[in-house]
Design a protein around this ligand. Structure first.
Ligand code: 5GP
Length: 113
């Protein structure tokens, strides 16, 4: 069971900033920006490679949760949304999640860092 599955079931604590029937949003334990949250579907899938047509609505839902939480956290004017999809891309927790980072200005020069 992944760390995020344990957080979802409640056996591992996390700072939750949003929850609905399909997902949770938690503060990242090692933030890479003033605001760094993770949008995590309750349904376990390794990453996007695991998703099927049956997950279409869920994936769309996650994307709609992002601006809602961003506004809640005071980032409505800009933030980054990142998925590290697979070990070669830096994924370390193998339960799909979207990183949402903000609270500081980003420029093109920072892309990918
Ligand atoms: P990945 O590298 O898989 O894209 O992102 C995993 C993220 O999960 C990392 O940013 C890491 O800091 C975060 N993380 C790992 N373990 C925990 C934990 O136990 N609690 C929380 N809140 N975040 C975690």
């Amino acid at each position: 069971m992944s760390i995020f599955a344990r957080i979802i079931e409640g056996s591992l604590p996390a700072e939750k900033v949003f929850e609905d029937e399909h997902c949770i949003v938690i503060n990242d334990i090692h933030p890479q920006a003033p605001v760094h949250v993770l949008v995590i579907p309750k349904k376990a899938m390794t990453n996007l490679n695991d998703a099927t047509l049956a997950d279409q609505t869920l994936l769309g839902h996650l994307m709609l949760v992002v601006p809602k939480v961003a506004a809640q956290l005071g980032m409505a004017d800009g933030y980054r949304v990142i998925i590290n999809n697979g070990a070669a891309a830096g994924q370390t927790v193998f339960h799909l999640h979207l990183h949402v980072l903000g609270g500081r200005r980003y420029s093109e020069q920072h892309l990918g860092r």
